[in-house]
Write a protein that binds this ligand. Structure first.
Ligand SMILES: [Zn+2]
Length: 462
């Protein structure tokens, strides 16, 4: 398999450290709010990566963290604490916020057919491991104490910036959110452990040899990855905005701690943009999986949209584009529905298409090409039985529910049923204006409702 490696900036042959088991680490969400669909694009590509490796007959062991402590808004060491901000917004505790949004994230993954990683670790459950790593980094003189906090000293490394393609001044200079921190020896140094929190009301704190406090964000992923996947990691995944400083810092502290190279392949997914640029939660009104459902889209249309593009290309999201994807996805499902399960399984011919499908995946996850192979199968002179066999086979990677009888997403159904209930109540209250509004709203999403003697029924027009 060939994969693009951010570390070497080239497409390389993938050779796992242990050929019987590929280790894969994914930076998980910070669970202070719903994930936006830009985040979800990233998890879709990682899901495709894992499933492609499986299709190519590798065993994969995958681990993901859940950041439920210590993530400051700027992703460096400055800004507000995201978790604390979430708790204040919803007038509850940090732990409640973490639980609520971990569940929400899990549901979003289910709706997008993203497999939940084998090992999922909340950051708060590994505190003793961060302490252990920090102690060793202090011992080895890679870290220092300053005014109550423990910092990693980036000047101890001569390859600190190896993951990024720019010189340090450019990167640091470009970040308008970096606050000057007088405690640091070098402005690029980052926190391993805070005891001097700038937040008086910090809820979660732990005792440590360095004083009562909480860990920095970056140390989380290093400790969780090393403890669960071992000292040699094959692939580390994330979004491109994780490259610096997060992944750069992960490499620095992990390799200084271990005393050898840690991870061979760095896999990064590009941004999902809207017309104004990169999608982000700070813009206020952000799109989630649920908002797509409320607007009448099956979430798998979004997955299909992501697969139609390459993970290393920026993808422009707008509803016009999504509507086009919805049309092609529905047409695809209809074509598949019309295939008759007849004829023989033509093993030789099947293998030809499987090889083409593999070739597409092996070519740095060319999912658009993989979809073309699927369309080629539909157009081919293969028997219905062979076609259905291949569709089922390819869907192990694509995960587009291509053969599922029920194509209406359950959430969409719930949405429609709720709207119908709402309309019936309006009618009972003789609020005919509202009843008409609801009918029109549904119509906009191609949902046609009919009032019959048995009650209100609906039909989704393709
Ligand atoms: Zn991470």
């Amino acid at each position: 398999m060939k994969l693009y490696n951010t570390l070497t900036r080239t497409i390389e042959n993938f050779i796992p450290h242990n050929k019987n088991e590929v280790t894969l680490y994914t930076c998980g969400p910070t669970v202070y709010h719903f994930a936006h669909i830009g985040n979800m694009r990233n998890y879709i590509s990682e899901d495709i990566l894992e499933k492609s490796l499986n299709y190519l007959e590798y065993n994969v062991k995958r681990c993901m963290n859940i950041t439920d402590v210590g993530h400051l808004t700027s992703d460096s060491d400055s800004g507000d604490d995201k978790m604390l901000k979430g708790a204040k917004r919803e007038h509850t505790t940090v732990l409640d916020i973490a639980q609520k949004y971990t569940e929400a994230f899990k549901k979003d993954c289910e709706k997008l057919n993203i497999k939940w990683p084998d090992i999922v670790v909340p950051a708060t459950s590994y505190i003793s491991e961060y302490i252990k790593m920090t102690e060793k980094l202090l011992e080895k003189d890679y870290a220092y104490e300053s005014n109550g906090n423990i910092y990693f000293d980036i000047s101890k490394l001569n390859n600190y910036y190896s993951l990024i393609n720019k010189n340090d001044e450019m990167v640091i200079g470009a970040r308008e959110d970096v606050e000057k921190d007088e405690n640091k020896k070098n402005q690029g140094d980052f926190v391993l452990w805070f005891t001097k929190s700038k937040f008086d009301d910090q809820e979660l704190k732990w005792d440590s040899p360095f004083g009562t406090g909480y860990p920095g964000w970056h140390i989380e992923c290093s400790a969780i990855a090393i403890n669960n996947l071992g000292e040699y990691l094959d692939i580390h995944c994330g979004g491109v905005d994780n490259i610096f400083p997060h992944h750069t810092n992960e490499i620095a502290q992990s390799e200084s701690y271990l005393g050898h190279k840690w991870c061979n392949y760095w896999f990064h997914t590009e941004h999902l943009n809207d017309k104004t640029g990169k999608m982000s939660k700070s813009k206020g009104d952000f799109l989630t999986v649920n908002s797509l459902i409320e607007k009448g889209y099956n979430p798998l249309v979004f997955r299909y949209m992501c697969l139609s593009s390459h993970y290393r290309k920026q993808l422009l999201f707008d509803f016009h584009n999504l509507d086009n994807m919805k049309d092609s996805y529905n047409k695809l499902l209809n074509k598949i529905k019309n295939i008759k399960d007849e004829g023989n399984i033509e093993e030789d011919k099947i293998k030809v298409y499987q090889d083409k499908f593999k070739e597409a995946l092996e070519n740095d996850l060319n999912t658009a090409q993989a979809l073309t192979v699927l369309y080629d199968v539909l157009k081919s002179d293969l028997s219905g039985k062979s076609k259905l066999y291949l569709i089922n086979d390819f869907d192990k990677v694509l995960s587009l529910d291509l053969l599922k009888e029920e194509t209406i997403d359950n959430d969409l159904k719930i949405y429609i049923e709720n709207k119908i209930k709402e309309r019936n109540t309006a009618k009972q209250n003789k609020d005919y204006e509202k009843a008409d509004q609801i009918r029109e709203e549904l119509q906009k999403h191609n949902i046609i409702i009919k009032d019959t003697r048995e009650g209100t029924t609906f039909e989704i027009q393709k």
